[in-house]
Write a protein that binds this ligand. Structure first.
Ligand code: TYD
Length: 213
């Protein structure tokens, strides 16, 4: 049985570490695991990512932003995710359409109905089986990321520069989405230790694999 798992969470929430650990866990269960990320994950998507994250692109309007994220996603679904799922594999994706609902919807204030239409078109209707949200106070997350960035690690992008209010709206959006669709979401406190967060994720995955929704 194929599995499509996505991770969401603010900058600096420890997402990359948890993705690695989870991919390893699934591989140990015998899955052929593919990890990828958004925006990007394909040669075309990586080019779109450069445009999206360039801090010089301050003139980018919100509709252009949402269409670029969606274009990257369309390419990723078509070229990478769907073929792997069709072969019965597991795909672990660092961000997916919920990022668009959170950042461009709750954050930028774009209409949810429009975002759903665009997303449906871009993804061919593909939804994750499970979505893990690593919940962290944005102020704390940005501080962690700024710190990593000044130490030469990580990337400081156009979205990171938006005001704290924006990131608070994004967080509230994630929590609301998770509440509306609890069978798909797992919200984890990202301030807990790496091992505790990982155990919580593993437990939920085991539950899902025994009795898929
Ligand atoms: P990235 O550098 O990949 O880091 P992280 O995932 O650790 O935050 O940044 C991706 C940025 O793009 C992030 O600020 C969220 C934003 N984003 C959107 O605004 N909309 C989207 O649809 C996606 C996929 C990402």
């Amino acid at each position: 049985m194929s599995l499509f798992l996505t991770f969401e969470g603010p900058d600096g929430s420890g997402k990359s570490t948890q993705i690695q650990l989870t991919a390893q866990f699934l591989a140990n269960l015998g899955y052929d695991v593919l990890t990828t990320r958004e925006p990007g994950g394909t040669p075309i998507g990586d080019q779109i990512r450069t445009v999206l994250h360039n801090v010089a692109n301050t003139a980018m309007c919100a509709p252009a932003e949402v269409l670029l994220y969606s274009a990257s996603r369309a390419q990723l679904v078509h070229e990478v995710i769907l073929p792997h799922l069709k072969n019965g594999g597991a795909v672990v994706c660092d961000r997916y359409a919920d990022s668009t609902f959170a950042y461009q919807g709750y954050g930028r204030g774009l209409e949810a109905e429009m975002l759903h239409l665009i997303t449906q078109f871009a993804t061919q209707g593909l939804k994750p089986d499970l979505t893990i949200y690593l919940d962290l106070d944005p102020a704390q997350g940005l501080k962690r990321k700024q710190h990593a960035n000044s130490a030469g690690a990580g990337e400081w992008n156009r979205m990171d520069r938006l005001e704290l209010d924006f990131h608070q709206r994004v967080r509230a959006g994630y929590l609301e989405m998770a509440q509306t669709e609890p069978e798909r979401w797992l919200v984890v406190d990202a301030t807990a230790s790496i091992e505790t967060v990982n155990q919580t994720i593993r437990r939920r995955l085991e539950q899902y694999l025994i009795a898929p929704q």
